[in-house]
Design a protein around this ligand. Structure first.
Ligand SMILES: *[C@@H]1O[C@H](CO)[C@@H](O)[C@H](O)[C@H]1NC(C)=O
Ligand SMILES: *[C@@H]1O[C@H](CO)[C@@H](O)[C@H](O)[C@H]1NC(C)=O
Ligand SMILES: *[C@@H]1O[C@H](CO)[C@@H](O)[C@H](O)[C@H]1NC(C)=O
Ligand SMILES: *[C@@H]1O[C@H](CO)[C@@H](O)[C@H](O)[C@H]1NC(C)=O
Ligand SMILES: *[C@@H]1O[C@H](CO)[C@@H](O)[C@H](O)[C@H]1NC(C)=O
Ligand SMILES: *[C@@H]1O[C@H](CO)[C@@H](O)[C@H](O)[C@H]1NC(C)=O
Ligand SMILES: *[C@@H]1O[C@H](CO)[C@@H](O)[C@H](O)[C@H]1NC(C)=O
Ligand SMILES: *[C@@H]1O[C@H](CO)[C@@H](O)[C@H](O)[C@H]1NC(C)=O
Ligand SMILES: *[C@@H]1O[C@H](CO)[C@@H](O)[C@H](O)[C@H]1NC(C)=O
Ligand SMILES: *[C@@H]1O[C@H](CO)[C@@H](O)[C@H](O)[C@H]1NC(C)=O
Ligand SMILES: *[C@@H]1O[C@H](CO)[C@@H](O)[C@H](O)[C@H]1NC(C)=O
Length: 395
């Protein structure tokens, strides 16, 4: 009893000091001492902000979790941040413009709210443990020197955006489902993307990648975009629904697109500036395109054998002779037919254009004839005279 009597006030003081130190709307860290002060906190409640002038290595010791955010923006003299016991940050983990930050030791960090790392030009690796970061609602990593994302092993996520990380040549994501979006843009010159388990995402955007492996992908609620990329083949063997648009643009080496099970594109289908692509035959089951078709290139053959419903405009133009394929599509055009919108189909174009462009003079037709006869609404197709139609090679 007597021990309690004397010990109580001491504990109370220690407790309240700890409580004050471990709970505050914002704690600003300016040096190593400030960081070590938080070492005793099993949980720190509030936001931790690293002051811009901080240059010490920071070690948060035994700090267990942060019920709030951790922010370091424009701290240009810091090189190392260590938090060996930290398991979670409930809100954002925001590191931006840390010019010489080279080491992040967070071996137990498993869960954060939003991870936002932007402009960390000296960060080459992560010292995250095993299993690593498993929970993050959103991940944005841009402009770092990271060569891999080892240590980030998400089990669920809304958005992932990985951009302009010039040394990143390998991204593997094990997720089955991405709630909102995955965006990859401008990373390493030879970026191989492996999504072995991904079945569904809302939006998928791949810009400047060298290969994509997504064998299990079944659907996107939104769009699939592949642009400015180097791979010869895009193969999505299991995809059945793309519920908004499909865009394949500016892929220099693309020769083969294979989506054998694709049934529906819920928005537009845009295909342009894929100069090596000759034979569009990879969509044997594509029935419905709810938006517009806007396809141009150096095709010799374009076949969409299952097409039964295009609700928007249809524009297909090629540098090569595609008269046979054009006449097949033309037979499907009309308000009560498969292709309901404005119909344009032309081969032998010197400059095959996108939607809204009129075909120029083809090899076998005059400029006026081609432009007038081909770039017309589908309803008017039936108004063509036999002579004019024959002259421009529709039949
Ligand atoms: C970064 O911090 C320095 C002071 O350390 C300040 O002069 C500069 O304006 C800040 N830059 C930005 C972009 O906030
Ligand atoms: C993703 O969506 C699922 C199902 O709606 C939900 O349970 C999960 O919490 C979401 N993930 C995140 C990171 O919000
Ligand atoms: C990317 O994949 C290609 C073909 O599979 C391979 O040759 C190349 O070495 C891979 N690159 C990297 C960085 O893994
Ligand atoms: C999906 O991408 C489309 C554009 O392609 C955009 O309009 C839409 O807002 C995106 N939706 C989500 C949930 O990211
Ligand atoms: C493709 O989808 C089917 C279900 O539609 C599934 O049984 C199969 O395992 C999937 N293939 C891959 C490689 O995931
Ligand atoms: C996207 O599609 C998946 C699979 O059909 C579904 O589980 C999910 O709820 C959809 N997401 C939205 C936002 O509609
Ligand atoms: C795509 O649309 C189809 C019907 O149009 C619907 O059955 C399916 O659930 C949708 N899938 C996704 C992933 O949004
Ligand atoms: C990246 O993609 C963009 C958009 O398609 C393209 O303009 C750019 O040339 C590509 N960059 C490289 C290095 O391929
Ligand atoms: C296109 O790619 C698919 C999937 O990889 C493959 O099965 C098919 O043989 C390829 N087609 C050509 C003409 O190379
Ligand atoms: C056709 O091929 C040439 C030569 O590769 C290329 O310069 C041109 O951009 C291509 N045209 C289209 C519309 O893809
Ligand atoms: C492409 O079309 C031409 C002319 O219609 C035809 O002779 C040829 O067999 C087709 N090539 C392929 C690979 O389908």
């Amino acid at each position: 009893m007597s021990i309690m009597k004397y010990a109580l006030p001491v504990l109370a003081i220690a407790g309240s000091a700890l409580a004050q130190q471990c709970a505050s709307p914002t704690t600003t860290i300016q040096n190593a001492g400030d960081a070590s002060q938080l070492s005793g906190c099993p949980t720190y409640s509030g936001d931790i902000v690293i002051a811009t002038g901080t240059s010490d290595n920071l070690d948060f010791g035994d700090l267990g979790s942060i019920d709030g955010s951790f922010t370091a923006v424009n701290v240009t003299q810091i090189t190392q941040i260590t938090a060996n016991s930290l398991t979670s940050i409930t809100q954002s983990f925001d590191l931006e413009q840390l010019t010489i930050l080279a080491t992040l030791n967070f071996p137990k960090l498993g869960s954060v709210g939003q991870l936002k790392w932007i402009t960390l030009p000296a960060l080459q690796g992560l010292n995250f443990g095993d299993p690593g970061l498993e929970l993050a609602t959103d991940v944005q990593i841009s402009d770092t020197q990271l060569g891999s994302l080892d240590g980030i092993n998400l089990m669920s996520v809304n958005t992932i955006s990985i951009q302009e990380n010039r040394y990143l040549n390998d991204i593997g994501i094990q997720l089955r489902h991405i709630n909102t979006s995955l965006t990859l843009l401008g990373n390493g010159n030879n970026l191989n993307v492996s999504l072995p388990n991904l079945e569904n995402a809302f939006n998928l955007t791949f810009i400047n990648v060298s290969s994509i492996d997504f064998p299990a992908l079944q659907s996107t609620n939104g769009s699939l975009i592949i642009q400015g990329s180097e791979m010869p083949t895009v193969s999505a063997p299991n995809i059945t629904y793309i519920n908004q648009s499909l865009t394949l643009n500016n892929n220099e080496k693309l020769t083969n697109v294979s989506m054998p099970q694709l049934i529906q594109i819920g928005g537009g289908f845009t295909f342009a500036h894929n100069p090596e692509y000759m034979n569009m035959n990879g969509f044997p089951n594509l029935k419905t395109i709810k938006g517009a078709v806007d396809v141009n290139g150096n095709f010799t053959n374009v076949t969409l054998p299952s097409l039964s419903d295009v609700e928007g405009a249809f524009n297909l133009q090629s540098t090569k002779d595609i008269d046979d394929d054009c006449s097949t599509f033309k037979n499907q055009a009309g308000q009560n037919s498969a292709i309901k919108g404005k119909f344009t189909c032309a081969g032998s174009q010197t400059n095959p254009g996108g939607a809204g462009t009129s075909p120029s003079a083809g090899s076998s037709s005059s400029a006026t004839g081609a432009a007038t006869a081909l770039d017309i609404s589908s309803g008017a197709v039936y108004g063509l005279t036999g002579v004019l139609a024959a002259m421009i090679g529709l039949f």
